[in-house]
Design a protein around this ligand. Structure first.
Ligand SMILES: NC(=O)c1ccc[n+]([C@@H]2O[C@H](COP(=O)([O-])OP(=O)(O)OC[C@H]3O[C@@H](n4cnc5c(N)ncnc54)[C@H](O)[C@@H]3O)[C@@H](O)[C@H]2O)c1
Length: 318
């Protein structure tokens, strides 16, 4: 398939945790009027996204999506609309619908309009049979519905690439830490919530146990990874193009609490695990990202101390 070189970019789920930062980064890189932000929600209370073009769009409406792409000279879709792990487990049918049928809707629009697609995956593709340090080709047997939708999403993306030539790329994001937009109901949300609660209220109640260790990444690294993968020449990417492992840092809930305690005098925290503990326990502790480092020269820049510095600065100045 000959790829259509449309000049503009469409972002789905642009009002979410990643969309807020990614839309801003794309506008900075490609120009304010070349990025169309879309979401099923309305734009109120999202000052950074509302600085440019925004349209309401439910990704299930394939025809409307195609019209927006054709009418606006779209060349790439960054597809971020989804239901995350904790919310998805509470509503598995809706999770399957949005994450699988919604992804098919995007891939169909991309096939018909000859677009390129970025569609993120997640470390949730791994399950209890994965080694604690997950390699790129570790087994994909997740116990969560969310994880299953992400495995299917990777397969669909590969199929559209191999059969229809739709250039679809993805990253298995770990838990993402950022301050501009609240997390959307995932199992790693505690690594964001703790900063807001500690700075504003001097206390935090974790919903996981102290020894829970999960892979995490600072949002600036995630955005850099995303843009860098999409800039890479297609021929440098091998068979894992729809779900690259990417690693940043890994820490336990206790380690994070202790670091924050060093900064906030009298900081009080407790651990009251809920249903999300089981999800966290089914995921690996750390990620081997050697294929990404080799194929598209990925490397993270933020360690735990620099993430904490950036989160304190970001929250205290907004
Ligand atoms: N944030 C993380 O830590 C993380 C980790 C791994 C993978 N991911 C993946 O990254 C992507 C984006 O995640 P996020 O954290 O920004 O999620 P989020 O929940 O913060 O945002 C998702 C956005 O999608 C929108 N949306 C939901 N249903 C929609 C529909 N039918 N049509 C249009 N928009 C709809 C929501 O309104 C929301 O603004 C998802 O695919 C997610 O699985 C995120």
């Amino acid at each position: 398939m000959k790829l259509y070189e449309g000049s503009k970019i469409l972002v789905t789920g642009a009002l979410g945790q990643i969309g807020t930062d990614l839309t801003e980064a794309l506008r900075k890189k490609y120009g304010q009027n070349n990025v169309i932000a879309t979401d099923i929600r309305t734009i109120e209370n999202h000052p950074s996204v509302s600085d440019g073009i925004f349209q309401n769009l439910d990704i299930m409406e394939t025809q409307k999506l195609i019209e927006i792409c054709r009418n606006n000279d779209i060349g790439i879709i960054y597809h971020l609309a989804a239901l995350l792990s904790a919310v998805g487990e509470k509503n598995p049918e809706k999770c399957r619908k949005i994450n699988i049928d919604g992804t098919i809707s995007i891939l169909e629009a991309a096939r018909l309009c000859s677009l390129r697609v970025f569609a993120p995956s997640s470390i949730a593709v791994f399950g209890p049979d994965c080694p604690s340090h997950a390699s790129q080709s570790s087994p994909l047997n997740p116990t969560t519905v969310y994880g299953q939708t992400k495995v299917i999403g990777e397969k669909l993306a590969r199929e559209y690439w191999e059969i229809h030539g739709v250039d679809t790329r993805g990253i298995r994001y770990p838990g993402l830490i950022s301050y501009k937009s609240p997390p959307g109901g995932g199992t790693t949300d505690y690594a964001v919530e703790i900063f807001h609660s500690a700075i504003n209220h001097g206390q935090y109640e974790f919903f996981v146990e102290p020894n829970t260790r999960l892979p995490m990444l600072y949002m600036d690294d995630a955005i850099r990874a995303t843009l860098s993968l999409m800039d890479s020449p297609s021929e440098s990417l091998g068979i894992f193009r729809s779900g690259f492992n990417v690693s940043g840092i890994t820490f336990t809930a206790q380690e994070l609490a202790s670091k924050i305690e060093e900064r906030i005098e009298g900081f009080k925290y407790s651990f009251v695990p809920d249903h999300r503990q089981k999800i966290a326990d089914s995921w690996p502790d750390s990620i081997d990202d050697s294929i990404s480092r080799k194929e598209w020269k990925w490397s993270p820049q933020f360690d735990l101390d620099s993430i904490i510095d950036a989160m304190f600065e970001g929250i205290e100045n907004t």
